[in-house]
Design a protein around this ligand. Structure first.
Ligand code: DGY
Length: 332
């Protein structure tokens, strides 16, 4: 019977599905992240791995699993924690969980966008501190969205779902992507393709939805931030390292942009100190997909991916690595 090593406790439905496909080896510490040495020991002899986005799945880990390893199923849409080339060269399939977290992540991106443009975090802190306040004509004004442009960097499923929400709020949609959307999608979403530099210069809100790759690491660096409008907001629900956090703090302190809302960080769970000190920054602890329904669906899809490969059929969401040339700055 194939051995399926899971690196953390999963919802019982997903475990039940995995048990139909093989012998499930639960984590020795299911309630927490495994340390590297624990992880290396745990995967030994596995035919399948179910991994979390914080597990570093590199050639060493694959070799620790042994020659029988056939599939790595990440419980995340992002797979920057997995060395896909190392897997490919060993004939190991890599799968992720796209689709099932699209709405949850787009909802959170929009929640952050509203929080930062309407100063919700700042207002809540004010009330909780017990500061005096009352309605005044000019009290705590934020920025409206209607008629403004949202610039979406990376126009995959989540970027498009954010575009749909933006349209409902009366926003214009611009996007940058290595792969232009079809005319039908552009029409449906009223979206126009822009070079990243133009998008940064044009948009009132820049929302990041690209994967983390060598080409997108620090895509939003000091020069990119300098291109943004002084009244613009940055929203990041993609991956922390897409943004140079130190450059972001400098840009915010210098008033180069109006605010930022971040769900992901360069060195999670660490948050660049300067960010926490700024009123015009909204911070969330990587909650993009954090709903009961979504996490259950992610685990279920990971289980289906494992079951498919172990039964010799293609997994529902095989990762097809699209090698990205360094210097390609379109995002996505
Ligand atoms: C993902 O699936 O990549 C998300 O970051 C999880 O929240």
């Amino acid at each position: 019977m194939p051995r399926i090593a899971i690196t953390r406790a999963l919802p019982s439905e997903a475990v039940a599905r995995l048990e139909q496909a093989g012998a499930v080896a639960s984590s020795p510490h299911p309630e927490r992240r495994l340390a590297r040495d624990e992880l290396l020991r745990h995967v030994a002899g596995a035919d399948a791995l179910v991994t979390m986005l914080y597990d570093t799945v590199d050639g060493e880990l694959m070799d620790a699993a042994g020659d029988g390893l056939r599939v790595i199923a990440n419980v995340a849409v992002g797979y920057d924690n997995i060395d896909v080339e190392a897997a490919r060269s060993r004939g190991i399939a890599v799968a992720n969980t796209p689709g099932v977290l699209t709405d949850a992540t787009a909802d959170l991106a929009f929640g952050l966008l509203l929080s930062v443009t309407r100063r919700l975090g700042e207002g809540e802190r004010l009330i909780r501190r017990g500061d005096a306040w009352r309605w005044e004509l000019d009290f705590m004004l934020g920025s409206g969205l209607q008629g403004q442009t949202i610039g979406i960097v990376g126009f995959g499923e989540i970027g498009r779902a954010v575009a749909r929400r933006a349209r409902a709020f009366g926003m214009e949609v611009a996007y940058s992507s290595r792969r232009p959307a079809s005319e039908a999608v552009e029409q449906e979403l009223g979206a126009r393709l822009l070079e990243l530099d133009h998008l940064l210069a044009d948009a009132k809100v820049v929302s990041l939805h690209c994967p983390l790759t060598p080409a997108t690491r620090h895509l939003i660096d000091a020069p990119a931030l300098a291109r943004m409008r002084p009244d613009a907001y940055l929203v990041n629900t993609a991956r922390g390292p897409v943004v140079d956090e130190q450059a972001l703090v400098r840009a915010l302190e210098a008033g180069e942009i109006a605010g930022a809302a971040l769900d992901v960080f360069e060195r999670e769970p660490e948050v660049e100190a300067g960010l926490s000190a700024l009123e015009n920054v909204v911070l969330a602890p990587h909650l993009g997909s954090a709903t009961h329904e979504t996490r259950a669906a992610m685990a279920a899809l990971a289980a289906e991916n494992v079951a498919a490969v172990l039964s010799g059929t293609p997994p529902p969401s095989l990762v097809e690595p699209a090698p990205v040339a360094r210097g390609d700055r379109a995002g996505d």
